[in-house]
Ligand binder design. Structure first.
Ligand code: ADP
Ligand code: MG
Length: 514
């Protein structure tokens, strides 16, 4: 009697799962002529509206549109909403982590032994700044929390196609807030223009293609920081200093924020490379105010779109400049400490409910569980019990993991079968500089990527980034402003492990909510 019943229940479970899971409608299939027309419109819209990026091997006079998908990519609506809903709590979590220097300090001190060249140098810079005196406790975070939908967490009971799982929380130089709204607008334009249909009809409903507010919202964050500075320092007007990299390709993404900042808030910005700052600015010895040498204007906010990789500190002078700026009155976006709070080791330590609860004591169990539900398993590779278990896992099941050093900006992680030989090439004590993270398995989607005029047609996987804006006092933990600031979708070939757009692995995309 038991066996037939069991068999039926298994079949019906599979059926129920199919019925309950929401499925997106297929993306448009266009004939050749219609696709060429779409591509023509896409490139005109992108160039006409600044969805642009300097091409690889660029010459400054020769710009092109950013690598982008032809169509928006399906993303489950509930999971999208959830990612936006948890952002303010994540912002707050990091504010509290930065405030709790007695907790964060020893972690960074320890990590510095294993990553001397970068984390170690940043930590030294912070400690020197502290000794000299940090005179501006208020700092600005323009953050981005990145997620993928994890198909392994798909559930047949509640109709979930998979849950969002956090890849990382970025606290420095987050990119694409300026281009993301343009991608959503581009896809919306192509839909409304009839380019997604062989007979020129609409393919998507209006509410299936949301807009990202990231440009305006991140610019608001910079404006709020400038306004706070002006009012507390009794300054009439001030400028934002944007610290940029040499040969930056993603200039127009940054410029979109700067243009909006001036247009809506009347706040000017000036772009300087780290190496040019000491010759172009003066720091008043007494007041610690920063002024531009050329015009005498005061700098209220220092916004780093650089300083996240060792190559941004190619000489000792650059480290000195970072330190000099850290002890000024200007509001840093981010401060060295806020930047350090975003390192992967901190993410690993924060990946349990008990860990985050100590920083968010006023959140109820449900709220904490919602945050934790976005975590996959993260492990240390040290001599703790958990670390020992992780070392075993790394050797026994490397195909389920990614190994991460304390680096930002793409191209640094070690994946799957490369983990074992990599670890073997290191001294075991140096493994502690890395964290081991469970691999998220996102669903593959059909789409087409256009990059510098060439169309690529391969399965893609997508990563949702949610922006957050946080103005807070690092000493008291007091939050002056905390907002969710729009989103970004990036996609890449499912065959590639990494997803950097500017680095050449991926493209910008937008969501079709289903
Ligand atoms: P970085 O600081 O260099 O951006 P990330 O942690 O964001 O490092 O990893 C880079 C890329 O690697 C991500 O954008 C994502 O595509 C991929 N990746 C990272 N962690 C995971 C994971 N746990 N599962 C699947 N892919 C991952
Ligand atoms: Mg990343």
């Amino acid at each position: 009697m038991m066996f037939p019943f069991r068999r039926i229940s298994k079949v019906s479970l599979v059926l129920a799962r199919k019925l309950l899971m929401t499925t997106p409608k297929p993306l448009p299939t266009l004939n050749e002529d219609r696709q060429s027309e779409l591509v023509n419109n896409l490139s005109h819209w992108a160039l006409g509206n600044g969805l642009t990026m300097y091409p690889t091997n660029f010459e400054l006079h020769n710009t092109g549109y950013a690598p982008v998908t032809l169509f928006p990519t399906p993303f489950p609506r509930k999971q999208f909403e959830k990612a936006l809903a948890v952002q303010e709590d994540f912002n707050e979590l990091y504010a509290q982590v930065v405030k709790n220097q007695e907790w964060l300090g020893p972690i960074l001190e320890d990590l510095s032994q294993f990553d001397k060249d970068f984390t170690g140098k940043l930590w030294e810079t912070y400690k020197e700044a502290k000794t000299i005196g940090i005179v501006q406790p208020v700092s600005l975070g323009l953050f981005r929390s990145d997620y993928m939908v994890d198909t392994l967490s798909a559930s047949s009971f509640d109709g979930v196609n998979g849950k969002i799982k956090q890849i990382e929380f970025n606290t420095v130089s987050v990119s694409f807030g300026g281009l993301s709204p343009k991608v959503a607008q581009l896809h919306r334009y192509l839909n409304e223009n009839g380019n997604y249909h062989n007979e020129g009809k609409l393919h998507f409903e209006d509410d299936e293609l949301p807009n990202s507010e990231s440009t305006a919202s991140l610019a608001n964050g910079l404006a709020k920081a400038a306004a706070y500075y002006n009012s507390t320092e009794s300054t009439d007007s001030s400028v934002v200093l944007v610290v940029v990299q040499d040969n930056e390709r993603n200039v127009f993404d940054q410029r979109a924020l700067e243009f909006d900042l001036l247009k809506r808030h009347k706040v000017r910005s000036i772009r300087l490379r780290m190496e040019d700052i000491s010759a172009s600015t003066d720091i008043d010895e007494k007041t610690k105010r920063v002024r531009l040498r050329a015009t005498g204007e005061e700098v209220s906010v220092i916004y780093y779109r650089s300083a996240y990789a060792p190559s941004d500190f190619s000489n000792l002078q650059n480290w000195q400049t970072r330190l000099d700026l850290e002890v000024t009155k200007a509001i840093k976006c981010p401060s060295v400490l806020t930047q350090l709070s975003g390192c992967k080791k901190v993410q690993q330590i924060l990946s349990t409910k008990e860990a985050i609860q100590q920083f968010l004591p006023t959140k109820n169990d449900q709220e904490l569980s919602t945050l934790c539900d976005t975590f996959v398993k993260l492990y240390p590779l040290d001599n703790s019990e958990l670390g020992k278990r992780a070392k075993k896992l790394a050797f026994e099941k490397p195909e389920q993991f990614v190994l991460k050093p304390q680096r930002e900006g793409g191209g640094n992680n070690i994946y799957k079968e490369n983990i074992v030989p990599f670890l073997q090439s290191l001294d075991e004590k140096d493994w502690q500089g890395y964290i081991l993270m469970e691999l998220i398995r996102p669903p593959a989607s059909k789409n087409k990527i256009i990059r510098e005029g060439r169309i690529y047609e391969e399965d893609i996987i997508s990563e949702l980034g949610v922006f957050g804006t946080l103005l807070f006092n690092e000493d008291s933990g007091k939050i002056l402003s905390n907002e969710v600031s729009g989103w970004l979708l990036r996609s890449k070939f499912s065959s590639s492990n990494e997803g950097g757009v500017a680095a050449g692995f991926g493209c910008v995309d937008s969501v079709y909510l289903f």
